[in-house]
Design a protein around this ligand. Structure first.
Ligand code: URA
Length: 239
């Protein structure tokens, strides 16, 4: 027997937190009975219906590392019919991206139908390093680099970059490599905006120990069993 919200998340229907919301809203039925208690235990055999949708049985998990191109949406569907990241991966499984990259951001994005892994990796307290390369419309002064290294406040929360490296590419532009452990939307652009710079291009080069090695833009590869195991071990990095 497992907690209802855990089973819902494990089967990839949604995150555990969202499942808790559905339960509290009275949208979850187990064997024909509405369940509103979060601690309810269920077994693999129980029939679970969420918001009129039957929860399917345990499905095989799939994990992909994708080199996202620009002008692609990091979601499963887009109401404006634009291309989404799942369009690039031919699978019958209901995979979705772990976190998001902006429409114009390129780089490493993980996709899976494993709700539990997705939940761990996107937990606000996670401590997983993501490294980005940002082309900015200016050149950081040595003082600004120091400020960034010491930590910068964005929207009332401190960010402590794990690395900062600048390569000056012209008299008015630089490429800045920045490592961060948090996952707020548009966070890299917000960091540079706070310092008075605009991000002209942005690429995510790595996610934890994973890199884009061997992939071209628009290509993907399945993660190995070892890599998935190692990603699961990252949850021990919670602060
Ligand atoms: N930070 C951003 O500003 N954009 C992204 O796509 C990812 C991180």
């Amino acid at each position: 027997m497992e907690r209802l919200q855990k089973i819902i998340a494990e089967r990839g229907f949604c995150s555990r937190r969202k499942a808790e919301e559905y339960i509290l809203q009275g949208l979850v039925w187990v064997n024909g009975k509405k369940v509103k208690e979060l601690g309810t235990k269920v077994s693999e055999k129980d029939e679970i219906i969420i918001n009129h949708t039957l929860l399917e049985g345990k499905e095989k998990k799939e994990y992909y590392l994708f080199y996202k191109p620009s002008k692609v949406i990091s979601s499963v569907k887009d109401e404006k019919q634009r291309k989404t990241v799942v369009d690039f991966i031919p699978t019958k499984k209901r995979i979705y991206p772990i976190g998001r990259l902006d429409y114009d951001t390129t780089g490493l994005l993980l996709l899976t139908n494993d709700g539990e892994l997705s939940h761990y990796l996107t937990h606000p307290k996670n401590n997983i390093e993501k490294v980005y390369v940002a082309k900015i419309n200016g050149i950081l002064t040595p003082q600004e680099i120091q400020t960034l290294k010491k930590g910068i406040e964005v929207e009332k929360r401190m960010i402590f970059p794990t690395k900062i490296k600048q390569k000056i590419t012209s008299s008015s532009h630089a490429m800045v490599t920045i490592g961060i452990t948090e996952g707020r939307n548009h966070i890299v652009k917000k960091i540079f905006a706070q310092m008075g710079y605009r991000v002209l291009t942005l690429k995510r080069e790595s996610y934890a120990f994973l890199t884009l090695d061997g992939l071209k833009v628009g290509e993907y590869r399945p993660l190995t069993f070892k890599e998935v195991k190692k990603l699961y071990a990252q949850k021990n990095c919670f602060k």
